[in-house]
Design a protein around this ligand. Structure first.
Ligand code: NAD
Length: 505
């Protein structure tokens, strides 16, 4: 990895409440709008990750015994601090990820809602109680913290996705080691520092920046009891397999290829607006983005292609620091090249390229990673642009003749993260939501991302594990159930030895 000598600031780790940095291995962090390296990030050694795990382990006994309401109050204070620092956090997201500031604020807000949910932890952790399950016997089930838990997160939501994980984990009484994306580490680290300021004791949340070495250390270390992962499917599958092999509880959320079904009776103008944001917002770098429209009938297909073509012509593409832009750059030079190669492959495989964004130039930002919105018509299953996650501003239209045919395509795809149907027909919508093999479904809602008090997760190869991220499932994931059955012998209920199985017969 080359290192730009002009880069002086190194983003470090947060271990035991202190910022530290490995000097041996670093890599540059780029501003995607200019292509310039602006700082570097320390890549943790095995020893650094082990120091973070040791800190989390040492902090666990006192934190687990801290009353849930006191843990929750840290989250309430953090919510306020995040709101107060929202501009600064959004600027860091935009500077390293590239997304438009308003969109960075949106991601942060959704993250804050998870902090808010974590502040209800005392209510969520109350457990279950049954009196008199037998003569003089009471029983209760409680949610006990696991110990040291870990999270590994992707580049595309550097603020929100970490906030899906650690606030609920620590509110449930665990301690945490977070390994964020090394491509845009600064907003994530700032948020962790704000958590300390909110009163989180040192060691309860540690952040290690790094790459595969850091991830593998977390997966192999016996002190780490559970791992939450969000990223691409091949790495999700690896983290799931490797973590389970080491006896850990793992939830690993992967990639996506979300289809929107456009029914012939849909409000086309509304669908076009919805699709523009869902396909091109954040430059298509969202796991809930819509990169495919399945149009039922040629009339719907012709109308949506015409509408999208007009809307794309009016789009503004430029640096994310200007809220007047609709779309910023892609995250990195390799990703920029990969997305353009996908467009080349779509042309080579015979799809019709209606709008070609490959040659877009943003004046003054010639070295930035900008690709204009691309629109394909006549995309067919089997094409690479149909099968694979592009994670860029490339929208394809697939033409089918019936809802059944559209649903078969969706069900046969390897991913099952999100989907949506545009229609005015309640019967069709109900049939679709009931039967489709996808975890998150929208009806005239293009990005059906569950709110913080529901849980987020795809089906098929979009999620390995069973429990979904955040919301009620997070209580289940970050705690283990203990069920206690208790009797205090007294004169009335003293019994002799019984050799048959106790029952309420
Ligand atoms: P990625 O898989 O490249 O990286 C995710 C994390 O894994 C990073 O922290 C990275 O450092 C680490 N990592 C990368 N290579 C590794 C390796 N070989 N071994 C161990 N760890 C490794 O993903 P990304 O490019 O940062 O993010 C984009 C992907 O994330 C897309 O596929 C997107 O769909 C997915 N995503 C999914 C969701 C979801 O909720 N399902 C949400 C956001 C993003």
């Amino acid at each position: 990895m080359h290192h730009d000598p002009s880069v002086t600031h190194t983003v470090g780790h947060l271990i035991d409440g202190q910022i530290v940095a490995d000097a041996e291995r670093t890599q540059p962090v780029f501003d995607p709008a200019t292509g310039q390296a602006t700082r570097s990030v320390a890549l943790a050694s095995k020893a650094t990750v082990e120091a973070a795990i040791a800190s989390a382990e040492a902090a666990f006994p006192a934190w687990r015994n801290t009353p849930p309401l006191k843990r929750a109050r840290v989250m309430s204070r953090l919510k306020v601090l995040l709101e107060e620092h929202a501009d600064q956090i959004a600027e860091l997201i935009t500077a390293e990820h590239g997304k438009v500031l308003a969109d960075a604020h949106g991601e942060l807000q959704r993250g804050i809602e998870n902090v808010e949910y974590a502040s209800y932890a005392p209510e969520l952790l109350k457990g279950e109680y049954s009196r008199n399950v037998g003569p003089g016997i009471d029983s209760w089930a409680e949610h006990q913290a696991l110990g040291v838990t870990a999270g590994i997160t992707p580049f595309n939501f550097p603020a929100m996705v970490p906030l899906w994980m650690w606030p609920m984990a620590v509110a449930c009484g665990n301690t945490f080691v977070l390994k964020p994306s090394e491509r845009d580490p600064s907003s994530t680290l700032l948020i962790a520092q704000l958590a300390l300021q909110a009163g989180l004791p040192p060691g309860v949340l540690n952040v290690v920046n790094g790459d595969k070495l850091a991830v593998d250390t977390l997966l192999q270390d016996a002190r780490v009891k559970a791992v939450s992962f969000v990223g691409s499917t091949p790495i999700a599958e690896y983290v799931y397999t490797e973590g389970c092999r080491h006896g850990k509880r793992v939830q690993a959320l992967g990639g996506a290829k979300n289809h929107a079904v456009l029914m012939p009776d849909a409000d086309i103008a509304n669908a076009v607006n919805a699709l523009m944001g869902a396909a091109f917002g954040s430059c298509g770098e969202r796991c809930m983005a819509i990169p495919l429209v399945v149009a039922v009938g040629d009339a719907a297909a012709d109308a949506v292609v015409a509408g999208l073509k007009t809307a794309i012509a009016a789009m503004k593409v430029g640096p994310g620091t200007d809220n007047g832009n609709d779309m910023g750059p892609l995250v990195s030079r390799p990703h920029f090249e990969k997305v353009r190669a996908y467009v080349d492959s779509g042309v080579a495989e015979g799809a019709t390229l209606v709008v070609d964004g490959r040659s877009l130039q943003v004046p003054g930002h010639e070295e930035g990673y900008f690709v204009g919105a691309c629109l394909f018509d006549h995309v067919r299953p089997g094409m690479k642009i149909y099968q694979e996650e592009i994670f860029g501003p490339v929208l394809g239209v697939v033409r089918v003749q019936s809802l059944q045919e559209a649903m078969r395509l969706i069900d046969e795809h390897e991913y099952g993260n999100g989907t949506c149907i545009f229609t005015r027909d309640g019967e069709a919508a109900r049939y679709f939501t009931d039967h489709i093999q996808v975890g998150m479904v929208g009806v005239n809602v293009p990005l059906p991302v569950p709110v913080a008090y529901h849980s987020f997760g795809g089906w098929k190869r979009s999620l390995f594990g069973d429990l979904h991220a955040y919301g009620p499932d997070a209580v289940r994931f970050y705690t283990k159930r203990k069920t206690v059955t208790q009797r205090w012998p007294s004169a009335g209920v003293r019994e002799g030895a019984a050799y048959s199985f106790p029952s309420s017969r």
